[in-house]
Design a protein around this ligand. Structure first.
Ligand code: MLT
Length: 411
């Protein structure tokens, strides 16, 4: 008899964003004329930078000519893109990362899930609470956890609380852990990690032979030069960290798909016999076997992000969304709500008014204000009583949504 992967049956609910879409669609069916504004999933709304579009159009022309046509590319990404990434995103910041350590992919979400392929099944895994649900759900699917408990956690995972009391700085684990997921600027809270905080984590990982899986998908939103964009800005991090990056949020590639993962050549984990195993070799092998690379056209589009025009255009996009975030912060704070994040991140973490659970607030705002956000509890039990609002939308929609929220909320 064929056996299913019953680890999937341990998952407590549908993946957060499809569950939100299900509720929104049900509401739409009953209220077909409702003008719904979506500030839920962090999906961009503004068009791609012109530099990226021009580069992709040129690449399409090349593909239509036998002399310049491209078939399969390198599974790791084209060297010209990897070199630009290494030089611009790392070497320019003093990080010792080479092009060979950059693996171009079709998404940071996929990579943060797929990375588990290169780790053993008996690692102790730490996640923050709240957390981007992909880190938890992919570990559940891989059988790295026990069952879900009543408070929505999974047995076997180590949860590190991130809350207003600890200034959204997760504490170091009190027990030994092997893999640690960190995301800064943080999804969902919008919090940042200072150099001191990241140094503590890197020191912990080196002292405890642990590896940090560092998701920096939102680094472009950092506005303070003192805040690190990459974990590799911290000395010793190439010995203990893998970093995930994305073109989705800085260049609007959510529908175009391009990202990358950095696996330093010197990074090792233990083999069954205690020997050092190079993780670069495993990830390279994994990608060569299971992945055929990102399309030539899209990689040319991503390369254009690093041109002078591309840099100016992505800066304008990020500034636009950050201005949205500022408007959201100001309007909701003025209405008496407690709001975190939204300064170095496109997400605002809003305390629900007393008496509202996260999903209560979601339902109320959907029904009365026709505004969609994301219930904080969807990011873990510590998110209960919070609500995430994304700054990714047009200015007009953000302003209208804020007006409607303020009108409908009695704080
Ligand atoms: C989110 O809303 O948390 C993001 O869209 C998640 C993602 O990028 O996959």
């Amino acid at each position: 008899m064929t056996k299913a992967n019953t680890n999937y049956l341990k998952l407590t609910a549908g993946y957060l964003f499809p569950e939100i879409a299900r509720r929104v669609n049900a509401f739409k069916e009953e209220n077909p004329n409702a003008d719904i504004i979506k500030l839920g999933i962090g999906d961009v709304t503004e068009p791609l930078p012109t530099a990226c579009c021009e580069a992709m159009k040129k690449a399409v022309d090349e593909m239509s000519d036998r002399a310049t046509f491209h078939g399969y590319g390198p599974e790791q990404g084209y060297a010209w893109l990897r070199e630009k990434i290494a030089a611009h995103d790392f070497q320019a910041r003093g990080c010792h990362i080479n092009a060979s350590e950059v693996f171009v992919s079709d998404g940071a979400k996929c990579d943060t899930g797929n990375i588990l392929d290169i780790f053993g099944d008996d690692n102790t895994i730490a996640v923050t609470d709240p957390v981007y649900p992909v880190y938890v759900d992919t570990n559940v699917m891989a059988g790295h956890t026990g069952s879900a408990t009543e408070d929505g956690k999974y047995e076997g995972l180590v949860y590190l609380p991130m809350n207003a009391e600890n200034d959204f700085t997760p504490p170091l684990p009190s027990q030994n852990v092997d893999l640690i997921y960190l995301c800064f600027p943080n999804n969902p809270t919008g919090a940042i990690a200072t150099k001191e905080t990241l140094t503590k984590w890197v020191n912990y990982a080196r002292e405890n032979d642990a590896i940090i899986l560092f998701d920096a998908a939102y680094e472009a939103f950092i506005t303070d030069p003192e805040i690190p964009h990459s974990i590799y800005e911290i000395e010793g991090a190439t010995e203990c960290a893998i970093e995930f990056r994305s073109f989705s949020k800085n260049a609007g590639f959510t529908g175009t798909r391009c990202a990358y993962t950095v696996v330093p050549e010197g990074l090792t984990a233990k083999g069954d016999d205690g020997s050092e195993v190079k993780l670069w070799n495993l990830w390279n092998r994994r990608q060569s076997t299971k992945f055929n690379g990102v399309s030539y056209i899209v990689q040319r589009g991503a390369e254009a992000v690093y041109s002078d025009a591309g840099q100016k255009q992505i800066r304008a996009l990020i500034d636009f969304y950050l201005e949205n975030a500022k408007i959201i912060r100001e309007k909701l704070s003025k209405a008496g709500l407690t709001v975190y994040g939204g300064v170095h991140a496109p997400y605002l973490w809003v305390k629900a008014p007393s008496g509202y659970s996260s999903w209560d607030l979601f339902d109320m705002l959907l029904q009365k204000a026709n505004v969609v956000g994301t219930p904080g509890s969807g990011f873990g039990s510590a998110g209960e009583g919070y609500f995430r609002i994304s700054a990714f939308n047009s200015r007009k929609n953000v302003e209208t949504a804020m007006q409607r929220i303020v009108e409908n909320l009695q704080v």
